[in-house]
Design a protein around this ligand. Structure first.
Ligand SMILES: O=C(O)CCC(=O)C(=O)O
Length: 218
């Protein structure tokens, strides 16, 4: 598990945003667990958070998610976006999804308060296809992936504001993912203090689901 065993920081060539339990795993997952720091410009971050803030503010933070996976959160499912935000989401689509993949609509927006966190889980295959791509706003955080059968195999992604992460195929199906709570929020030896974090999560539709049969939400 992360933090145990005194493992040295291992990074992908040219990347300091991914750590793992071993270089073989890092190599195996390099195309399916991806972080793109600085994907958003500051203006784009402001565009998204400015658009989301009034809608989020109308909701209360919740502490009992239906499957107890998320604590200290509020969320919206958003299908109507301004043109400026649509342009950004289009960039996410091009960067993260293949030409044959359809995105789930509405798009899931999650607002975690500073003490909020997401427990390890694998997104249900009933509601989500092979690709999950998330934009992070406001606060840095650490996403940890742990192999569901071999817990010694793990990856950590450092998600700075403005970054995009992409989980696909094996990284999405064979590993749980979580967002660490503030007390545990370390990337290797580096403390990553958690503040309020908003994520905009795009998912592909489940395999075998036609455009007319999309589930209401992930
Ligand atoms: O906030 C994120 O980036 C991840 C959200 C997540 O894991 C989920 O909604 O299932």
């Amino acid at each position: 598990m992360a933090g145990s065993g005194g493992l040295a920081l291992r990074t992908l060539p040219g990347s300091a945003w991914v750590r793992s339990s071993g270089s073989a795993l890092l190599g195996r997952l390099k195309d399916v667990a991806v972080v793109r720091p600085g994907f958003l410009s500051k203006d784009e971050e402001d565009t998204l958070s400015g658009e989301l803030e009034p809608e989020l503010r109308r909701r209360r933070y919740e502490y009992d998610h239906w499957d107890a996976a998320i604590h200290g959160f509020r969320e919206i499912e958003k299908s109507r976006w301004t043109e400026a935000s649509r342009v950004i989401l289009q960039r996410v689509q091009v960067a993260a999804f293949g030409p044959g993949q359809t995105l789930l609509s509405p798009i899931h927006v999650l607002d975690l308060e500073p003490r909020g966190y997401i427990k390890p889980h694998v997104d249900s295959v009933k509601f989500c296809g092979a690709t999950i791509a998330g934009l992070s706003l406001l606060s840095p955080s650490v996403m940890r992936l742990v192999h569901t059968q071999e817990p010694g195999q793990w990856l950590e992604l450092l998600l700075e504001p403005g970054s995009l992460y992409i989980l696909r195929d094996s990284a999405r199906y064979d590993f749980s993912h979580e967002i660490l709570r503030d007390e545990e929020s370390f990337f290797g030896e580096h403390r990553v203090p958690r503040g309020r974090r908003i994520s905009v999560i795009c998912r592909s539709v489940p395999e075998g689901v036609g455009p007319g049969q999309l589930p209401p939400a992930c």
